[in-house]
Design a protein around this ligand. Sequence first.
Ligand SMILES: NC(=O)c1ccc[n+]([C@@H]2O[C@H](COP(=O)([O-])OP(=O)(O)OC[C@H]3O[C@@H](n4cnc5c(N)ncnc54)[C@H](O)[C@@H]3O)[C@@H](O)[C@H]2O)c1
Ligand SMILES: CC(C)[C@H](C(=O)O)[C@@H](O)C(=O)O
Length: 352
Amino acid sequence: MSKQTFQIAVLSGDGIGPEVTQQAVRLMSAACEPFEDIDLSLQEVSVGAQEYLKNGDPLPDSAFDVCRESDAVLLGAMGMPSVRWPDGREMTPQIDLRERLDLYNGLRPIYLYAAEDSPLKKYQAGEIDFVIVRENTEGLFAARTDPQDQTREEARDIMLITRKGSLRIFRAAFDQAMQRRKKVTLVDKANVLPSMVLFREVFEEIAAEYPEVETEVVYVDAAALFLVQRPQSFDVIVTENMFGDILSDLAAGLVGGMGMAPSGDIGEDCAVFQPSHGTAPDIAGQNKANPVATILSAAMLLQWLDHPSAKEAGVKLDSAVKKALADPAVRTGDVGGSLSTTEMGDAILKCL
Ligand SMILES: NC(=O)c1ccc[n+]([C@@H]2O[C@H](COP(=O)([O-])OP(=O)(O)OC[C@H]3O[C@@H](n4cnc5c(N)ncnc54)[C@H](O)[C@@H]3O)[C@@H](O)[C@H]2O)c1
Ligand SMILES: CC(C)[C@H](C(=O)O)[C@@H](O)C(=O)O
């Protein structure tokens, strides 16, 4: 039987990044082990704030090349609040990767594993289950590569919405919905911003191509309210970059916090998988971080690879997480438990 080897770049990054990535790599490798026709070749690459402090560049060209040439990238977390460019912003190689590899489709699944994980009353396991599709390459974030006249008196960030960028993100959202419960909610600010009027126009055009998908349009401020009041009503939420950034943290909060929220940044032939959380400097280096979001991101990575055995390994890893979390004692401190990062990895490995 011929074996397909997948090249996976591993960017552990800063803060808790290395701790959670170590568990994800261990479980991803274990999930693939029973399959004789696939193999993972992992290459660790140094990217992030620590790399900047060492060598002056948070994303060296050599590291970028490894990412571009890999079949997929697994990323921990990057950035340290104390490490900044001279203009005051943090270094964000995750965003550089999204932009340079054109990873326009930011997929952020939100799933409630147990009632006790949610700060909301009345929701049982599985009753909060939706995905945020975040446009990753334009929106308000486009301002960072298009600086306007910035003075100490006035600074301006311009939101970029293009027809091309909108068409592809809405198609990705409706395709997701076709595999789920067939509902898409557009989150915009078309009552105020002309860019959002264009965004909504293109949404309605694509919606017409998917008559079996129910649609809803909600302004972003109301979306924040409805996420708390009726999270069960959402299936796929599609929105621009900045709104997706903010709402995906709110959504993670509904199911136990950042440690429970995986993500994939997906392009046509490249993808980066990472937890939605950051480097959590407050708990870094203490073996306290919740590795679930990174392990679920690794499961998404396997399911994204173009091979039935890799997909099956990803599904198995996903199920192992679900099975492990069915026991309320299997939790790290952020979700009310007492397990360490490594013990949490052990528990999932046992279920795998
Ligand atoms: N994708 C990324 O790499 C990414 C995402 C967000 C923030 N950041 C960077 O991370 C740094 C810290 O940012 P922040 O504090 O705003 O966000 P953060 O996500 O790092 O932390 C927010 C809160 O969630 C907790 N938390 C996060 N992940 C956790 C986990 N796995 N287990 C347990 N608790 C967890 C933290 O302890 C903290 O209380 C900044 O430098 C920021 O730029 C990076
Ligand atoms: C750290 C930051 C650059 C990043 C973003 O803003 O996209 C993060 O918040 C995320 O959600 O992945």
